[in-house]
Design a binder for this molecule. Structure first.
Ligand code: ZN
Length: 255
């Protein structure tokens, strides 16, 4: 079974369409949240996602767009984009976003937008934070988004019996951050992993391409993918919608 894992689509339809067009022999699409926010096509992105054999969890932008959290903690541009998104969400998109859970566990893998400890808000940005999260999920692997930065935290984490945490593997081992490579699959082995595929719709590692990963459960591999897309098509729509200038300019730089 092969699964495409996408995150942080952020209403960037051109980027999401390029990813969908790139999929080959994929049985399911798993989405790690932030389907909307920032970009100009929230309804079309929700529709394209729903057309896939998929599952999805909620991100902070999804919750803000449906009014479940306030935008006080968002920067002014992000908050402006949320206001725009909220006023343009179709009813069926709204209902769909309202239905998304915070966490899903499937095939021995945990999905959480920010982190398993704080699914909506925590930015999993360092090996230290990765290690602190190990006792907050009960599977060998966890997929997260939210930072928009592709990375793998590999944690040497033998299962330590702990009567207070029955069934949850507990780590005393440290995590390291591994930068993904795009030319060869990563073999899943003994170590526990927290995997961030990067962002489909707003990359932030300096390379302005849509990212996703393919998880092959039979081969037990993860392959990172990097796809160019029509950035200007998205930028033109954002300008026409009067979305903040900084938000469409950053797509050119992947930052
Ligand atoms: Zn995001």
């Amino acid at each position: 079974m092969r699964i495409a894992v996408v995150s942080d689509i952020h209403a960037n339809l051109a980027a999401f369409e390029a990813v969908i067009a790139d999929l080959q022999g994929v049985d399911e699409v798993w989405c790690l949240g932030d389907v909307v926010g920032y970009g100009p096509d929230p309804n079309a992105c929700v529709s394209l996602l729903r057309a896939q054999n998929h599952l999805c969890i909620a991100g902070n932008h999804d919750w803000a767009a449906i009014g479940r959290i306030k935008t006080d903690d968002f920067n002014p541009d992000a908050a402006a984009a949320i206001d725009w998104t909220a006023s343009h969400l179709a009813t069926d998109s709204l209902r769909y976003l309202e239905s998304l859970p915070l966490e899903i566990e499937k095939h021995g893998i945990t999905l959480a937008h920010g982190s398993p400890r704080e699914p909506i808000w925590e930015y999993l940005l360092s090996p230290t934070i990765a290690q602190a999260n190990l006792s907050h999920f009960g599977t060998a692997y966890c997929f997260v988004g939210h930072t928009h930065i592709p990375v793998i935290y590999s944690c040497h984490a033998p299962t330590v019996p702990d009567p207070s945490l029955v069934g949850i593997p507990v780590s005393n081992g440290a995590c390291i951050a591994v930068e993904p490579t795009y030319d060869a699959p990563l073999q899943l082995a003994q170590d526990r992993l927290i995997v961030n595929p990067g962002s489909v719709g707003q990359p932030r590692d300096g390379i302005p391409e849509a990212r996703y990963i393919v998880l092959d459960l039979d081969q037990r591999t993860i392959s990172y993918r990097r796809i160019s897309y029509d950035i200007e098509a998205t930028q033109r729509k954002m300008q026409a919608a009067n979305l903040p200038t900084r938000l469409w300019m950053r797509l050119s730089y992947g930052w």
